[in-house]
Write a new protein. Structure first.
Length: 85
């Protein structure tokens, strides 16, 4: 992580462990994080795994992005990617 300035993209197939990779990164850097998901199922998965593997209770589950629709989701992700540049 240090070589990339603690930034990067995770490209792993379904079931390949992206959540666990991200949890390890969060445990390593020990900073607050915003986790964006597009389904309620993924939101629940993250909630459970953060509690189980990091031992903390997530706070701030405010928006379920699946309700926003695909076009708004794409717009949000484009904006976030633009912030990195």
């Amino acid at each position: 992580m240090a070589e990339a300035g603690k930034r990067g993209t995770i490209v792993v197939p379904t079931g390949g462990g992206k959540t666990f990779i991200a949890l390890k990164a969060l445990a390593t850097v020990k900073v607050p994080a915003i986790i964006l998901v597009i389904t309620e199922e993924l939101m629940n998965q993250w909630y459970e795994r953060v509690m189980k593997y990091l031992g903390i209770r997530p706070v701030g589950w405010v928006v379920v992005l699946m309700m926003l629709g695909r076009s708004l989701w794409r717009s949000i992700t484009r904006q976030l990617i633009g912030l990195r540049r």
